[in-house]
Design a protein around this ligand. Structure first.
Ligand SMILES: [Zn+2]
Ligand SMILES: [Zn+2]
Length: 104
């Protein structure tokens, strides 16, 4: 998520604690990374929605479909609550969302 760490934790990737205004937090484990380090270190793409570090992205990928980070309808729903009109798609997204919410 594009929220900023509230403390002085250093970037998990490069270990530097500066530029907190350029950091993102992993939406699963809450580790912080510079935006620039976020993707370089193997995390998901920083696109303004939920963001997952390398470790958590790996876990999510293991638990769900391999293309979960590209599943934009699902990611959209997790971020904005948006649901499409197609009932089958709604069921799919809801069951995915349930799965990931209980995966913590
Ligand atoms: Zn960094
Ligand atoms: Zn994480």
């Amino acid at each position: 998520m594009m929220s900023y760490p509230k403390d002085d934790r250093p970037c998990t990737s490069c270990g530097v604690g500066d530029h907190h205004d350029w950091m993102v937090l992993c939406d699963k484990c809450n580790d912080c990374y510079h935006r620039i380090c976020a993707e370089v270190s193997g995390g998901s793409k920083v696109h303004g929605g939920p963001w997952f570090c390398k470790k958590c992205k790996g876990e999510l990928t293991l638990q769900g479909p391999p293309d979960i980070m590209q599943d934009w309808p699902f990611i959209d729903h997790m971020w904005t609550g948006y649901l499409p009109k197609d009932p089958a798609e709604v069921d799919r997204i809801k069951s995915l969302a349930l799965h990931y919410r209980t995966a913590d």
